[in-house]
Design a protein around this ligand. Structure first.
Ligand SMILES: Cc1cc2nc3c(=O)[nH]c(=O)nc-3n(C[C@H](O)[C@H](O)[C@H](O)COP(=O)(O)OP(=O)(O)OC[C@H]3O[C@@H](n4cnc5c(N)ncnc54)[C@H](O)[C@@H]3O)c2cc1C
Length: 334
């Protein structure tokens, strides 16, 4: 972390390397350094890049700062994003970045934002590598961090054969031996959805089941077994599971398992700055993607349904809304 003193000292560097996007790409193209960026986008994955596209096409001076830890990096392919179905997650992000960096007012920096302070009408953004920049608007496209349970094998299988979303990966494991790790309404929701993709379905509640009588009746009618024994481990080879091992000594052969581990905001700065969360732990945004703190916006997983298509849609919406806010201010000041 940058100390407050260093942070202030480095404020003097605003006109040096990092504040000069042109300096980062000085030989690639001419660039006039702004006293403050129009927008700093924290997080340069699908949501942040989508916002940057709308902003770059509006001639906004934009700096994207990204720490390179996309949540889906363990998945071999991404699905259900039209035009890019079956591409690797990296290929989609690389293509998005190439599209965005065609716009000369947009710069991309690999780094991590560690502190933000409000400074009169601007935000002062500090990074792990010690750079400091000023910006008029701030957009967090920082995603979520999944918290792996301690069950042996779970983390290794996550994104490979333990899946969070039937729309993203269900088709690839259709008709296979499939488990649902969960209980109550969440497991019932998964069961209804996944029963469309396979009839070899078992729910593992990892403790006493908490279904309503109606839910249990429907699960039985659909021939979905409910197993309450505690889970000991997931047997697997390089993330590809072969079965689920229970503390009662039994092993159930499985090809795939749906689970929704706990998550947290990947970046805590918006909350530290007073942005409100929803009861589900997402950043609260208005229809223009603005958080509860004026001038701070959010898009993508940190505030919306989890999919690449939604990240791109909310990013685009955030980019347009920020551009409109900037344009309105400038127009009124003339
Ligand atoms: C295993 C897995 C598989 C998935 N498969 C699919 C699929 O097939 N199809 C689909 O549509 N969706 C899929 N998803 C969901 C999809 O990946 C997400 O919805 C999408 O990545 C969200 O994009 P985002 O830009 O909001 O966040 P992310 O892609 O998570 O990117 C957030 C970025 O912000 C950066 N960041 C965070 N904090 C900071 C900071 N302080 N400073 C700088 N940078 C920071 C991170 O390093 C990261 O690069 C999958 C998710 C998972 C977990």
């Amino acid at each position: 972390m940058i100390s407050r003193r260093n942070f202030i000292m480095q404020g003097g560097l605003i006109t040096t390397a990092f504040a000069l996007p042109g300096a980062l790409k000085a030989f690639a193209r001419p660039f006039t350094a702004p006293p403050a960026f129009d927008v700093v986008i924290v997080g340069g994955s699908y949501a942040g890049l989508s916002a940057a596209l709308a902003l770059g096409r509006s001639l906004r001076n934009v700096l994207i700062i990204d720490s390179g830890l996309r949540c889906n990096s363990k998945a071999a392919q991404a699905h259900n994003f039209v035009t890019q179905d079956n591409q690797t997650p990296k290929a989609i992000a690389d293509k998005a970045k190439a599209d965005v960096l065609k716009y000369t007012t947009v710069s991309f920096q690999e780094d991590m934002v560690v502190q933000v302070h409000k400074k009169e009408q601007l935000f002062e953004v500090a990074t792990q590598s010690g750079k400091v920049v000023l910006t008029k608007k701030l957009l967090f496209a920082t995603g979520l961090k999944d918290i792996m349970p301690s069950t042996p094998g779970f983390a290794a299988c996550w994104g490979v054969s333990i899946l969070h979303c039937p729309y993203c990966h269900g088709y690839e494991v259709r008709h296979q031996r499939t488990g649902i790790l969960g209980n109550g309404d969440l497991a019932f929701h998964y069961a209804q959805l996944v029963s469309n993709l396979t009839n070899k379905l078992t729910i593992f509640t990892n403790g006493k089941a908490s279904f309503s009588a109606d839910q249990l009746h429907l699960l039985q009618k659909n021939k979905i077994a409910v197993i309450e024994s505690d889970i000991q481990a997931i047997d697997h080879k390089e993330g590809h599971m072969s079965g689920i091992r229970l503390t009662d000594g039994s092993v159930h052969a499985l090809d795939a398992l749906y689970a929704r581990p706990a998550f947290e905001q990947h970046c805590k700065i918006p909350v530290d700055m007073g942005c409100e969360l929803t009861p589900q732990g997402l950043l609260k945004v208005d229809p223009f993607q603005q958080t509860s703190v004026p001038g701070i916006y959010a898009c993508g997983d940190n505030s919306a349904f989890r999919s690449i298509a939604t990240a791109v849609a909310t990013g685009s919406q955030a980019g347009s809304a920020i551009n409109m806010a900037l344009a309105t201010t400038t127009f009124q000041l003339k």
